[in-house]
Design a binder for this molecule. Structure first.
Ligand SMILES: [Zn+2]
Length: 136
């Protein structure tokens, strides 16, 4: 049985991070749909969405176009990582909001942190060296 499965999967892409995300999202959709059983359309839409996610996940795992699937996963992880970094940054900014003011460098878009209560000052970007005025 295990040999048959290994033979069947050889040359195919198999599960990856995007696969796990798709299966997880489908499960969450199914769970969220349970209390909505009485709302016919919404319930079937969520069920349909979960089904599409699962079919897509299985299609990707069984695909023989390994390079394309690999690139999809890479793109997904890049996007996901960016969202996670942004969320962590916002949390940090919020916890430091009493002591610091935050600026974005107009040139390179780097986030900059400046101590509060210094009045109007020149802020020098640590990354590109650009100087601009800001009120702290
Ligand atoms: Zn800069």
């Amino acid at each position: 049985m295990r040999e048959k499965l290994a033979k069947f999967m050889s040359g195919r892409y198999g599960p990856d991070a995007l696969f796990r995300f798709q299966v997880g999202a489908a499960l969450v959709l199914e769970l969220l749909a349970i209390p909505l059983r009485r709302h016919g359309t919404l319930y079937s839409l969520m069920n349909y969405g979960a089904f599409v996610l699962l079919v897509w996940a299985v299609f990707r795992a069984l695909s023989r176009n390994v390079q394309k699937r690999y690139l999809e996963n890479l793109h997904f992880q890049e996007l996901f990582g960016r969202a996670r970094r942004q969320s962590r940054m916002n949390k940090e900014k919020f916890s430091q909001r009493k002591d610091y003011r935050f600026f974005v460098c107009p040139t390179c878009k780097t986030n900059l942190r400046v101590p509060k209560g210094k009045g109007e000052i020149y802020i020098t970007c640590a990354k590109c060296g650009n100087r601009f005025r800001g009120k702290t």
